[in-house]
Design a protein around this ligand. Structure first.
Ligand code: GDP
Ligand code: MN
Length: 380
């Protein structure tokens, strides 16, 4: 789950990271009122789940309440990389920026450890820095049992040539960002830029945070931060129905029960030269209504030229799934060809239910995959 900048920065601040005063506005008038409260000198920033807002015109400086209102009017409704802006953050302007630093905590999957990533070349895309000047990126792994040690912060500060008077404050920011990362089960906490102001203070001007979805059950109050407006309609609907759904680029829709079986099905489609259009796990014990929702999700993708059902009946019963398919087909008008492979619990009953439906059946997974690839126009 991605958070907005304003949400991320508030969480950072709870862990002692200095952030500018600011509030969220949904209308230009609200933005004007907030700017007036903050003294007029503000930055108005699009709140969307994507970076590069600055370059896209989604970050504007204002020096009066009226200017802030104008800036908000320009930014609200703007499209940034496919995201429509519904909210702006109105933040007190940093009092002069001397330097922009990049600072993040993330997981190094290869080392299986959290790590700090820092760079004195902040402000711009860190991917670009990594490509053009990798030596400017500093990486430090953190032992989760120990947390961030003072010497590690010192090492980073020194490697970035940070003025010595800021080292203590820098340690507070790094350990606060790390504490926030672990406390909220984040997979990323990022400040870009962390600025040095002309008053010689560190200030987190931007914030980004991703929470591990699998840990959300441990943080009921974070669930409220989910911004439904920002998520693709299909994924929202899937979550509502308890379905695991990820959109992909291919043309063969897949409906499978079980994540492992879903991955195996995608592999075998690729083995026969096809491209899966999605990952969809209807889960164990799927009911007919879930199957219907899943099929609607798959068919809402215009790239889908064939659908493969691979159902292994265990807790999920073949006849339930078959009924779901029939139910779904009653409400969906489609001529996309479909292949079904049912095995396991009540597979036979399922096949009987599907006998009248206009669908191909297959006994083995490889037979089913080959049929689906052929129906979708052959190997790519
Ligand atoms: P991003 O483009 O989506 O990463 O948005 P940022 O929040 O990082 O803003 C982009 C740039 O706007 C920053 O790198 C800063 O240079 C500038 N900026 C953001 N906030 C302020 C501020 O309070 N004062 C000034 N002068 N510049 C700011
Ligand atoms: Mn930024």
């Amino acid at each position: 789950m991605n958070l907005h900048e304003y949400q991320a920065k508030r969480l950072f601040a709870e862990h002692g990271v200095p952030i500018p005063a600011g509030k969220v506005a949904r209308t230009p008038t609200e933005a004007r009122d907030i700017a007036r409260e903050l003294g007029g000198h503000v930055v108005v920033k699009a709140q969307v789940h994507t970076g590069g807002r600055g370059k896209a015109g989604g970050v504007k400086l204002a020096h009066s309440a009226n200017e802030a209102e104008e800036a908000a009017a320009q930014i609200l409704g703007m499209d940034i990389k496919g995201f429509t802006v519904h909210k702006v953050l109105v933040d007190e302007l940093a009092p002069g920026i001397e330097q922009e630093i990049y600072l993040a905590v993330l997981i190094d999957r290869a080392q299986r450890l959290p790590m700090i990533m820092a760079s004195a070349a902040g402000g711009m895309d860190i991917e670009q820095v990594a490509e053009e000047a990798p030596e400017k990126i500093i990486l430090v792994h953190i032992n989760p049992a120990l947390g961030v040690r003072g010497y590690q912060a010192t090492y980073i500060a020194d490697a970035m040539d940070l003025p010595r008077e800021l080292w203590r404050d820098f340690y507070k920011v790094v350990s606060g960002l790390y504490a926030c990362f672990t406390a909220k089960d984040a997979s990323l906490t990022e400040i870009n830029p962390l600025v040095i102001t002309s008053q010689g203070k560190l200030l987190a001007v931007d914030g980004k945070m991703t929470i591990d979805d699998n840990a959300l059950s441990r943080h009921p109050n974070l669930t409220e931060l989910r911004d439904l407006e920002e998520e693709p309609q299909s994924e929202r609907e899937a979550r509502g129905a308890g379905i695991n759904f990820i959109q992909l680029d291919g043309n063969i829709g897949c409906m499978v029960n079980g994540a492992g079986l879903a991955m195996a099905s995608m592999d075998i489609i690729k083995l026969f030269g096809g491209e899966p259009a999605n990952f969809l796990d209807i889960g164990g014990g799927a009911k007919a209504s879930q199957v219907a929702t899943g099929l609607r999700l798959i068919l809402s993708d215009p790239n889908v030229e064939a659908v493969l059902f691979n159902i292994f009946g265990g807790i999920t019963r073949g006849d339930e799934v078959a009924r779901g398919i029939i139910d779904a087909l009653r409400t969906i008008d489609t001529n996309v060809p479909m292949v079904v492979r049912l095995a396991g619990t009540n597979a036979e009953e399922g096949r009987v239910i599907l006998a009248d439906a206009d669908m191909e059946t297959a006994v083995t997974l490889s037979e089913a995959a080959q049929k689906a690839v052929a129906l979708a126009g052959g190997a790519q």
